[in-house]
Design a protein around this ligand. Structure first.
Ligand code: CA
Length: 224
């Protein structure tokens, strides 16, 4: 597996390179955004690890350019900026994962393997599952041609479920991606939002698309 690291901090870059090589990956490093984008476009990488704040052009720009050119190279952000807006922005632009610094190296490797195993996320501008259409750019959802009114959180949750359609998402994963928090089993925030989403997306239409997988989480898919 060949990885591209785009990180301008020399110390972090060499620490990452060394650790990932020891974990069995082939690793290239770019220390600025322009070289990073260039290498990502030309190179035959399995995944890119991007810092956000970079000289040249930032990590958002690299990701946007890759997606605009139709490249579905999996992208994971490594960054000190761990605000929920950044995470949501990353998700909308088509990032595969987002790991705030500081992180444990073992966690980075585990998450890299998960992303690599999963393969590319669905990147289309408008995602279609049965008669449900979700436009991540315009933050608009319709079903059977009817506009569905959603809150910001409900939309982010729906977008995540659609991007990973057919894949069972755990509450832990949903909490991290949409709420930027560690999942606390005492909270029912995810179940509450899923219920509201179902009232809007599934109840007025048929067949239901959001399914509960008992003891695991939720999946959005069309079932025969
Ligand atoms: Ca940086």
């Amino acid at each position: 597996m060949k990885l591209l690291i785009v990180e301008d901090e020399k110390k972090s870059a060499s620490y990452l390179k060394k650790g990932l090589q020891e974990a069995g990956f082939v690793v290239d490093v770019a220390d600025n955004g322009e070289d990073g984008l260039d290498m990502a476009l030309r190179g035959d990488y399995d995944l890119a690890l991007l810092d956000i704040m970079l000289p040249g052009c930032d990590g958002w720009h690299i990701l946007t350019e890759l997606r605009r050119r139709g490249l579905d190279l999996p992208v994971m952000f490594l960054t000190a900026r761990d605000g929920v807006e950044d995470r949501v922005k990353g998700l909308e632009l088509g990032a595969d994962d987002y790991l705030p610094k500081p992180f444990a190296f073992s966690e980075l490797v585990a998450r890299l393997r998960t992303v690599l195993r999963r393969g590319p996320v669905r990147q289309a501008d408008v995602l279609t599952i049965a008669d449900l259409e979700v436009d991540g750019q315009r933050r608009k959802a319709t079903r059977g041609g009817q506009r569905i009114d959603l809150t910001q959180k409900e939309f982010s949750l729906l977008l995540l479920l659609c991007r990973r359609s057919g894949e069972v998402l755990t509450r832990t994963y949903i909490a991290e991606q949409v709420w930027d928090m560690n999942f606390d089993s005492e909270t029912n925030v995810i179940d509450v939002h899923i219920r509201r989403l179902r009232q809007k997306v599934d109840d007025p239409f048929a067949p239901p698309l959001i399914h509960t997988v008992r003891g695991v989480g939720y999946v959005l898919e069309q079932r025969a």
